[in-house]
Design a binder for this molecule. Structure first.
Ligand code: WT7
Length: 651
């Protein structure tokens, strides 16, 4: 769907409108005046949000913009962990619930803000004990357990830069990230639960560590329950330490380091158009300000709310909207370790009922899966506590939006469709639930204080083209770790001083933005970014493969799935077993999320006379569509052969 603009012409005819319910609007945290305030003086407006945080030293200047480099809140000093914890304790809110955690097997833990503060201080001192200093990098490779949030906050407390690596990534991906960031410490666990099976994180980490020379120490969390009895973890003397041993000896007093607003807070790797993931760099003051503001205004956060974002902390959504945004707002946050269909397909709704969740934020791919599983699952549970729903990660099809609205939201909950990226750090285009009239399938308008538009290749405004951000924003990425050139080329070379997001977009008569999906060689599989060239490199790494081309193919649940066209080396025979092996190989190299759904072995790939692979044609073939213009092909017969072969394989 992402590249098929025809479907979006139909979308723009979407005329169902959902004004905010009057009772919701009446008590909403922000009203329409916020747009005017932001419009009158953008810098003043962002400064007003920042003033709600606690600063050790005030900033001298709100913004310095030397394109493409922005600095926000210059000279200001603050600490993120202090703002997420100590600030609330000082306000007498220490007994308030911070985290309500549930493991997949059903074990639970609750942390008050005071308890979370204590754990963070202990682990921060444990990290210091391992020699971690301000500016050092710490890789976090954990399941969705409280220690993930604790480790992140502990890093921010002492000014260490964390790099969280999603637990589903392979040892090789983990090693690449350790090496690129030159991490000193790795924090992992013996394992985690996913669909009733153990994800052997320490075992993966050990494999990665053989190829991660900078890592001096490893901290291992014992996940607990019967998992820890089942995993035979090997601890390397002198290098590996149990988390509980370190914490048992640590001092609970840990003053928060005074960080400059522009000190690096974290690195998060994301896929781009080359084989090497880029380390997106976020800094302290601007990032915290924007995630604080958006969490409060977009999710209409009130004291009574119980907030649940279903993402994993390994992605930016988990960083900004499980950990930093909600905790900076003193929210009561639900965190769940496992799969939505374990032990059965009602698990999420069971959690919503038992924790009386009021705000629920998930991804379109999950919503489509729930739809397919049937209304009987949510119908078994009392979802009347819900009052606001959110989505993120990819365009949501109106059918899924309507289902979410009726079946989960009972027709009463506003839906916030939030567009943003790892690079933007926080939400950029979104409805405000007490203000904006929504329409199924559109993220509506830029958040107050964000300037977005749609441009063509020449940089002229247009109704349909590329999504562009025309002014710097507080939580924007500052660079790509160790690679300023890539930062400039990827985001700032298309137009002058304007951010290129990599998404196509259209604008409707209400000036609402409709996001059309990626325009580069980046796929969005189940809301996760995967570079086609990463998968291609993984395939070519297999000894049987000569060349490969990877494209996206529409998928009912995942939005997009991966289709790989592969030519084998001379003398290698193709077989089903080889196809299975190639899929496994990609899983091993990158992680299970990158395994191609479809692998087509072919004698040739369609190329132009200059040797460029024509992906457009491969997409047509993968989708079973009529193939477009082939006149520029070096050998048009290649496409006919591929099509025939594909038809035969599809049955
Ligand atoms: C890409 C960013 C931001 C957290 C999750 C993904 C797509 C994201 C939406 C939305 C349409 C969306 C875009 C974007 N995307 N949200 N509401 N509507 N598309 O973060 O991995 O950095 O991916 O996700 O294509 O560029 P990410």
């Amino acid at each position: 769907m992402s590249r098929d603009t025809g479907a979006f012409d139909d979308l723009l005819q979407e005329d169902r409108r959902f004004p905010p319910p009057a009772d919701f609007a009446a008590t909403a945290v922000v009203d329409a005046s916020i747009y005017r305030r932001a419009g009158d003086d953008r810098e003043r407006y962002w400064a007003e949000w920042a003033e709600q945080l606690e600063w050790f030293e005030p900033w001298r200047r709100v913004l310095e913009w030397n394109p493409p480099y922005a600095k926000w809140f210059l000279g200001g000093k603050l600490n993120v962990s202090y703002n997420c914890l100590d600030r609330h304790l000082a306000a007498g809110r220490g007994e308030r619930t911070a985290l309500l955690w549930e493991g997949e097997p059903g074990d639970t833990k609750r942390y008050s803000y005071a308890e979370l503060h204590r754990e963070v201080c202990l682990f921060a001192n444990a990290l210091r004990g391992l020699g971690v200093q301000k500016g050092d990098r710490v890789t976090i490779y954990l399941p969705m357990i409280p220690e993930a949030a604790i480790a992140m906050l502990a890093c921010t407390r002492i000014g260490a830069i964390h790099s969280v690596v999603f637990g589903g990534f392979s040892p090789e991906s983990l090693a690449d990230r350790n090496n690129d960031a030159e991490s000193k410490v790795l924090v992992t666990a013996d394992g985690g639960w996913r669909r009733g099976t153990i994800v052997p994180l320490k075992e993966n980490a050990d494999e990665a560590l053989d190829a991660s020379p900078t890592v001096e120490s490893v901290v291992v969390v014992a996940r607990g329950g019967d998992l820890s009895e089942q995993t035979g973890v090997t601890m390397v003397a002198g290098r590996d330490h149990w988390y509980h041993d370190l914490v048992a000896e640590a001092d609970p007093e840990c003053p928060a380091e005074e960080m400059d607003a522009e000190d690096t807070l974290f690195i998060l790797y994301t896929s781009g158009t080359t084989g090497k993931p880029k380390g997106v760099v976020h800094t302290t003051g601007g990032y915290l300000t924007q995630v604080y503001a958006t969490t409060q205004a977009v999710f209409d956060l009130h004291d009574e709310d119980v907030y649940w974002c279903t993402a994993d902390v390994g992605w930016i959504t988990g960083h900004s909207y499980i950990v930093y945004g909600p905790l900076a707002n003193c929210a009561q946050v639900v965190m769940y370790e496992g799969a939505p269909d374990h032990p059965d397909r009602g698990r999420f709704w069971d959690l919503c009922e038992r924790y009386a969740v009021t705000i629920f934020y998930t991804a379109p791919t999950a919503i489509r899966a729930f739809m397919r599983w049937g209304d009987e699952w949510p119908a078994k549970y009392d979802l009347s506590s819900l009052r606001l729903l959110g989505t993120v990660g990819e365009p949501i099809n109106p059918e899924a939006w309507m289902w979410y609205h009726h079946v989960i939201g009972g027709g009463r909950c506003p839906i916030v469709d939030t567009w943003w990226q790892t690079e933007t750090g926080g939400i950029m285009i979104t409805p405000l639930p007490g203000v904006t009239e929504t329409k199924p399938g559109t993220a509506t308008r830029p958040f107050p204080g964000i300037e977005a538009t749609i441009l063509d290749d020449e940089g002229d405004e247009t109704q349909a083209g590329y999504l562009a951000i025309t002014e710097p924003w507080p939580s924007m990425l500052r660079t790509v770790w160790g690679d300023d050139e890539r930062f400039k080329n990827t985001y700032w070379s298309k137009w002058e001083n304007i951010y290129f997001a990599g998404d196509g977009a259209k604008r409707d008569g209400d000036d609402y933005f409709w996001i059309l999906g990626r325009v580069d060689d980046v796929l969005n599989v189940a809301g996760h970014r995967i570079g086609t060239s990463e998968v291609e490199s993984a395939l070519v790494d297999h000894p049987a493969v000569a060349e490969s081309a990877v494209v996206g193919k529409g998928h009912e649940i995942k939005g997009e799935s991966i289709a790989a066209f592969v030519t084998l080396k001379e003398g290698v025979d193709g077989s089903d077993a080889l196809v299975a092996e190639l899929r496994e190989h990609v899983g091993k190299k990158i992680g299970a999320i990158a395994k191609p759904e479809m692998v087509v072995l072919t004698a040739d790939l369609p190329k132009t006379r200059s040797g460029k692979i024509m992906r457009r044609l491969l997409r047509d073939i993968a989708e079973g569509r009529a193939v477009g213009d082939t006149t520029t092909l070096a050998d048009p017969a290649v496409v006919r052969r591929l099509q025939k072969q594909h038809e035969a394989e599809e049955g």
